[in-house]
Write a protein that binds this ligand. Sequence first.
Ligand code: OSB
Ligand code: MG
Length: 369
Amino acid sequence: MRIDRVQLRLVRLPLVQFFETSFARIHDREFIVVTVNGDGAQGYGECVTDRDPYYSSETSDTAWQMLTDYLAPRVLGVEFAHPREVYAAFAQIRGHNMAKAALEMAAWDLHARQVRQPLSQVLGGARTSIASGVSVGIQDSLEQLGDKIAGELAAGYQRVKVKIKPGWDVEAVASIRKRFGAVPLMVDANAAYTLADAEHLAELDAFDLMMIEQPLHYDDVHDHAQLQQRLRTPICLDESIHTLHTAREAIAVGACKIINVKPGRIGGHAQSIALHDLCAEHGVPVWHGGMLESGIGRTHNIHLSTLPNFTLPGDVAASKRYFEPDLVDPPVELQPDGTIAVPTGPGLGVTVVEDRVDAATHRAASLTP
Ligand code: OSB
Ligand code: MG
């Protein structure tokens, strides 16, 4: 595989509904579509950075700079035997996992299209459909939250995750249990608490949650291990797991019992497979997170979710919850049984609608060797 051109497009799309976490409320999504060309084929990746460094220290601007100045020059014109080798070409550059992942994942799609296999197969997955859950943001009232959840359950989603923050946690969960009974439920704090909140967080133990995601600092392992000692509810780490090294450490010290895999956070498909395998070796189940992706990143996530240790429903949901229309055809849809079918065509197995990408593009660059 040889990449002769890397194209970057900075895209901005309005979200169908606003999305609020403990760190911000957003109404639109900005991301970079990465296109790679080689041997007459084309592959796509999506950089999951946003305009602001709130979920991650990376932003659209830092990713753009890394891609143009450091990452694209390390793959352009280089012969790779397999896309699993691309990540190693970035070894000299520390961090910037989202920028690395976008280009690396595009290379996987390119390769899968060249060998005319679905990406899932090239990644080593076997599932033909994946279990789908939703991530419901913080709302203006508990009634609104309940109504949102009612809609998602009616659509058929297999589990509900709600965002929490101080002042929107125990009461919110209690109201959901009261209205929806034993629905599979979990919470995500996006690092909004400290160990001083342990006693308060332990009140969540009464609600039989599947897990609590990233309650403490975005770079912490130690305090999470302390907190897990005091909670019955399993802790799942998201933000803290940005390398295999931190994953190993987190598992070793008991900082989590579950890990959320996001290829952008960990540096692409090859790193995600390695993280998936590490967790499997240690009996730690994983599930696939989401970053409000367009159909491009979303379809990558679907293919990756076919690996065997993705045993819990993820945050990978239907296109229409996010963008209408989405950038791909057909859009990602939920099946009546709460699963999403894995596309069977070559590569991502969906068509990127170029006109829609171009119409939403605010900045573009074409890079060659
Ligand atoms: O913490 O999982 C998170 C969205 C943006 C940034 C971080 C997170 C999320 C989500 C949404 O929870 C998942 C999705 O629906 O794509
Ligand atoms: Mg999260």
